[in-house]
Design a binder for this molecule. Structure first.
Ligand code: TYM
Length: 331
């Protein structure tokens, strides 16, 4: 009999079009891990409404995101892919876990502080309690591993703290998850401002997975570097060039030393378009396949419906256990 595989859960918010950052920080590893683990990959639409969304765009992007997951190489036969709002247990467990999370813990989350600064006129309770919903996502499925970019590490650590606290009060209930952060590509920076993370909400500094090749090339040609000419990895002194080198390595599979050797004595005029070309070639098959899949809405609907059905079965098991432990009367 085959040994029970370990479980993975991860998700991305459909709050903007998918970027090279989400690909290199997360999806690429999901694809690499899909054979070794039992995986659930989610489109976390409930997280997306923690900041204001245009409803039609949110709906469109949720479907596009599913098509992109598959186009990146996630096999719908092997992985459970679903939309968060289709599995009501996420909201239910989130309420319970919120009662085992401290105000002080949530106040310390750096992403909350950043987002509260950016959306100063709309700091909602949802934005504040968002890491609790994320903990519920992970703990509902007893995930062992959570493949994410560097920016989500703090949230996964809080999830472990909440799980450990609950287990301590009520006996073993939740598996404690580990974050899985890639060695290369864990923090892709903006092309226009290498001091800040590449994010969906910054169209110029960001490469979208569905960008046309000419747009990708233009963005790389304009990428901010420095006033030297040497292609050398040094995140402190040369953040722009180092970011481009990381992207080049993540796209080609080369090491930093190999990449530096490729561009030895060549200058940025050769380097920047070469990184652009590498990304164009990486994204081309994904964009083409996603476009093809998006034309078949019935196929996508079949996948997210079946995904939600299977996810609900797993989620309900955990939720029932939790409700019993906290003392709710069985329904
Ligand atoms: P989100 O939607 O902001 O990002 C999705 C994934 O992409 C990674 N990422 C990056 N990695 C490297 N460089 C970048 N510039 C970059 N930008 C984004 C993120 O680290 C993430 O892995 N809260 C999560 C979504 C979520 C989740 C979960 C993740 C909700 N529930 C449960 C894991 C498990 C988020 O907002 O990711």
């Amino acid at each position: 009999m085959e040994a029970q595989k370990k479980r993975i859960f991860s998700g991305i918010q459909p709050s903007g079009d998918l970027t090279l950052g989400s690909y290199m920080g997360a999806i690429r590893n999901w694809v690499a891990l899909q054979d070794e683990y039992d995986c659930l990959y989610c489109i976390v639409d409930m997280h997306a409404i923690t900041v204001r969304q245009v409803p039609a765009d949110l709906r469109r992007r949720s479907l596009e995101q599913l098509a992109q997951y598959i186009a990146c190489g996630l096999d719908p036969e092997k992985n459970i892919m679903f939309i968060q709002s289709h599995v009501p247990q996420h909201a239910e467990l989130s309420w319970v876990l919120g009662c085992y999370t401290q105000f002080g813990e949530l106040s310390r989350m750096t992403q909350f502080k950043d987002k509260a600064r950016k959306h100063a006129d709309n700091i909602t309770a949802g934005l504040f309690t968002y890491p609790v919903l994320m903990a519920a996502d992970i703990l509902l499925y007893q995930a062992d591993l959570v493949p994410v970019g560097e920016d989500q590490k703090q949230h996964v650590e809080l999830c472990r703290d909440i799980a450990g606290r609950f287990n301590g009060v009520y006996s073993e209930t939740f598996t404690l998850p580990e974050p899985f952060i890639p060695k290369v590509g864990a923090r892709i920076m903006s092309l226009t401002n290498p001091a800040s993370k590449m994010s969906k909400s910054d169209p110029d500094g960001c490469v979208y997975m569905m960008d046309k090749p000419e747009d990708i090339l233009r963005k790389f040609k304009r990428a901010v570097t420095d006033c030297e000419t040497a292609v050398r990895f040094d995140p402190e002194q040369k953040p722009g060039v180092s970011n481009l080198l990381s992207i080049y390595c993540a796209a080609t599979g080369k090491t930093i030393a190999e990449a530096e050797a490729d561009f030895d004595g060549q200058g940025y005029g050769v380097f920047k378009p070469a990184v652009g070309e590498a990304v164009v070639e990486l994204m081309r098959p994904i964009r083409e396949e996603a476009t093809r899949l998006l034309a078949d809405k019935a196929y996508l609907e079949g996948i997210y419906r079946e995904g939600a059905r299977r996810a609900q079965q797993l989620a309900e098991k955990t939720l029932r256990k939790v409700y019993k432990k906290v003392g709710f009367v069985a329904r």
